[in-house]
Write a protein that binds this ligand. Structure first.
Ligand code: FRU
Length: 586
């Protein structure tokens, strides 16, 4: 009986959801879908746990797009749009190869994706993640996001590109998504900037403004360099003459190749004022490499750094080299993201302070020293904006951790970024350390402040649930004295913040913070070295699913998934604290 139905299904293609999709099952695993009509989008049903199907889009018989998509087998978690806009008017065919394991043989026509696939003229991107969609942090409208990429400031716009999967809220099919902002807090979504091609998926990279037209693409072109992730990793460039709205890939790609270097990626281009040349720093195995160019197309290897330095318990990724003023001179800071190997497991951002002469980076510290930029679990792939105004070094990080990024409890989108942070160098005792301060633009979100003096009695923060707020807590500690603050909600979920004098540390405990069981690696206490004693200030930036803590000499970023916003603040310790509470809203 089953067999008969299967044969019928082969012979009688049936009409899927909308009139304009005709499905032909050619075998148990191979299906062709003819798309007709004028709708611009095919909505593809995704089931997150389904094995990925390989989807080819053919326009007039030519393959124009390939993607791996977890097409729904027995239930649809959500629909993702396949945009046919570019090929409007042509004959469109979707060529789909599904996977069928021996243990789960099934009739292809039973898969729910075929009947729930529809075409639509416009896509509704309204937010469906009521609980954990951030209110003031950047997140993609739908789909998966990891590293921030290609950040560049031009003509009053802060460009943010990002590692993006438009075909599911988990890693894969890497594109560059694009958004712009005039104020670093309100973002306009501009869709896809770069899509995979024959050289590979579009991995992380950077962008610069070519003011003098050194590359010959045009004066003021935005030139992006990214990793083409194909059978090997190589570096490619693309340029935009319309402020990032459209990009053209350079015909001579790739522009940097290396033999026998498996992890060879994440180029960060910058202009070196000393040699008046373009430079790129990229991750190459367990080191970073520097290259020079006069035209962004032809690159010469300069030097390498890092083999014996810092932490090597993971893959080196996403470097950045920044010049920062320090006590009247220039210093150079090399940011280096590493996964795994972070101080609390998984991914994290380390940095090296030193000098750079236009060719070689020298670290001021001994090779055995490891420094972390942020002491939370959810700060990764941090890099800075190119040509930010007033010489500012403004960084942004992906606010997640590779240990569990694909399983955090959201579906319409996965992952948000940190708030933008201005970087500076400060002294702590004999050390020179990198300080991250929320960029001043974030303060524009502050509403009317409320002041409290906090002692033993708990304080209710708001009389209704509020997800986005900032607490500035000021207090004095005697030597040898610690302090503990607890934020909690009515469900008894809580986050504990402690200053410990004996260890001179600040810690954040999210083990009881709400939903933590989606990954064994999520429940954690993170801690940062800090000076405990005397006058102290702690800033906490709270959003739907994140806490960013800033002390005078540390930053700590952690995700949290409470069932309701934390609304009670308590202080434990023999002291009083002055608290300023700001609701935050755009
Ligand atoms: C870092 C990273 C990069 C790579 C990108 C791929 O999170 O692994 O090294 O370019 O993500 O999405």
């Amino acid at each position: 009986m089953k067999r008969l139905f299967f044969v019928l299904a082969l012979v009688l293609p049936f009409m899927a959801g909308a009139q304009s999709l005709t499905v032909h099952h050619l075998s148990e695993t191979h299906t062709l879908i003819q798309v007709s009509g004028n709708d611009r989008y095919v909505m593809l049903p995704v089931q997150e746990t389904a094995q990925e199907a390989s989807v080819k889009v053919l326009s007039n018989g030519n393959v124009v797009l390939r993607a791996n998509i977890s097409l729904a087998i027995d239930k649809t978690d959500y629909l993702v749009p396949l945009d046919l806009g570019k090929w409007g008017g042509s004959s469109i065919l979707l060529d789909v190869t599904m996977t069928q394991g021996r243990g789960v043989r099934r009739d292809p026509s039973d898969d729910v994706c075929w009947s729930e696939m529809v075409t639509v003229p416009v896509v509704d991107h309204a937010n469906k993640e009521k609980q954990y969609r951030p209110t003031y942090h950047f997140s993609p409208e739908w789909g998966w996001m990891n590293d921030p990429n290609g950040m560049v400031y031009k003509d009053g716009e802060w460009h943010l590109f990002y590692q993006y999967n438009p075909y599911g809220s988990f890693w894969g099919n890497m594109h560059w998504g694009h958004a712009v902002s005039k104020d670093l807090v309100n973002w306009e979504h501009l869709g896809i900037a770069l899509a995979p091609d024959d050289l590979g998926a579009i991995f992380s990279g950077s962008a610069v403004v070519d003011t003098d037209n050194t590359a010959g693409f045009g004066r003021g072109a935005i030139v992006a360099m990214y990793t083409s992730d194909g059978s090997n990793q190589t570096q490619s460039i693309a340029y935009s003459l319309d402020n990032g709205r459209t990009f053209t890939k350079y015909a001579g790609n790739p522009v940097i190749m290396a033999e026998d270097t498996p992890d060879f990626r994440d180029p960060k281009v910058f202009w070196d004022h000393q040699t008046r040349q373009w430079k790129v720093v990229l991750a190459a195995g367990q080191e970073v490499q520097f290259y020079s160019s006069s035209n962004l197309k032809d690159w010469t290897y300069d030097s390498s750094f890092g083999l014996a330095y810092g932490n090597h318990n993971g893959v080196w990724e996403c470097p950045d080299l920044i010049r920062l003023p320090f006590e009247g001179k220039d210093k150079w800071v090399l940011l280096l993201n590493i996964n795994p190997g972070g101080p609390f497991g998984g991914s994290a951002t380390q940095y090296f302070v030193g000098s750079y002469d236009g060719k070689t980076f020298k670290c001021d510290d001994l090779p055995t020293v490891t420094r972390w930029m942020d002491y939370g679990k959810d700060h990764y792939a941090a890099v800075t904006w190119s040509s930010a105004p007033d010489g500012r070094a403004v960084a942004i990080a992906w606010m997640s951790n590779w240990q569990y990024a694909n399983s955090v409890p959201t579906q319409q989108f996965r992952s948000a970024n940190s708030v933008p942070r201005d970087l500076s160098l400060i002294r702590r005792g004999k050390e020179v350390i990198l300080k991250s301060t929320p960029s001043r633009e974030v303060e524009a979100l502050r509403g009317t402040p409320v002041q409290y003096t906090l002692s033993t009695a708990p304080v209710e923060l708001f009389d209704k649930p509020v997800k986005a707020y900032e607490l500035v807590i000021r207090f004095s500690l005697q030597k040898k004295e610690g302090a503990t603050f607890v934020l909690s909600n009515e469900a008894g979920e809580q986050v504990v913040f402690s200053y410990e004098a004996a260890t001179q540390t600040f810690s954040m405990d999210r083990r009881g913070s709400g939903m933590v069981k989606f990954s064994k690696k999520f429940a954690a206490v993170t801690s940062a070295p800090t000076r405990v004693g005397g006058k102290m200030e702690l800033r906490l930036l709270m959003d739907s699913a994140s806490i960013e803590a800033f002390g005078e000499d540390f930053a700590m970023t952690n995700l949290v998934f409470p069932s309701a916003p934390y609304n009670t603040l308590r202080l434990y310790g023999n002291l009083k604290a002055d608290v300023t509470l700001y609701p935050l809203a755009k």
